[in-house]
Design a protein around this ligand. Structure first.
Ligand SMILES: [Zn+2]
Length: 244
């Protein structure tokens, strides 16, 4: 249950009193959790929040009702559109279990050492390839911090590979619908100041780069649109990062 659900705000109270009441309820909720043995079912965000996340210490994903609506999901949407949007987001959250932080925890959320030397070597070489791939990107005058965005880039690459695999297994899938639904979800318009702040602080790539780097990394996308070296979205297959 959200700590906020027990708060009764009223216009009779001052802003200071209201904020104080909210902070007290949140603090009490945190203290109460210390005395509980099982908090795996608790959500750290409200059900109406338009967001989703993975919690490595609980090994759980949370997809609140708030995000299960347009433009992420709708029963009116085609299978491809829902797959490219909410399907990708769910696959992205699950994939966080295997990013540079998630890999440090087992299925119960306990901190572990990686299984074997071989796994460690493989994972580190993969991470270095992903860091190098994203190192060459920038948007307008800004360079992207490829370490700051690493976990999200891993989750993006793995999540997108999952939903593409589902499309490949569905022999009659509409690829045009799938790719255009994915790309159009992330359209955005930002003031330069906001864009600069996001690039400096956000662990996600700017949306345009997020979409372009995933699509140009897709062999199926390049073949479907018949891209060649002269197209900006073309990336040589040898430079692609294939997670599975
Ligand atoms: Zn993420």
């Amino acid at each position: 249950m959200s700590p906020h659900s027990k708060i009764h705000l009223s216009s009779d109270k001052s802003l200071l009193d209201s904020v104080s009441m909210i902070l007290s309820a949140v603090a009490k909720s945190s203290w109460d959790k210390l005395l509980k043995t099982n908090v795996r079912d608790d959500w750290e965000i409200d059900s109406f929040t338009v967001n989703a996340y993975y919690n490595a210490q609980m090994n759980k994903i949370v997809i609140p009702a708030g995000i299960l609506q347009k433009p992420f999901y709708s029963s009116d949407y085609s299978f491809e559109k829902n797959l490219a949007r909410i399907g990708f987001l769910i696959a992205h959250e699950i994939s966080h279990a295997f990013d540079i932080d998630g890999i440090l925890f087992d299925e119960f959320g306990n901190r572990i050492c990686r299984e074997s030397e071989e796994d460690t070597v493989y994972f580190e070489s993969l991470v270095n390839r992903i860091v190098s791939k994203y190192a060459i990107q920038g948007i307008e005058k800004y360079n992207i911090d490829n370490w700051q965005t690493l976990s999200e880039n891993i989750a993006d690459l793995a999540g997108f590979a999952c939903v593409e695999k589902i499309m490949l297994e569905k022999s009659s899938g509409n690829w045009e619908d799938f790719y255009s639904s994915f790309a159009s979800l992330w359209r955005t318009k930002q003031r330069p100041e906001y864009q600069e702040m996001s690039i400096l602080s956000d662990t996600h790539l700017p949306n345009k780069l997020r979409v372009n780097s995933l699509l140009s990394n897709s062999k199926t996308f390049i073949e479907f649109y018949n891209l060649s070296e002269k197209d900006e979205m073309y990336l040589d297959f040898e430079e692609h990062i294939q997670l599975f």
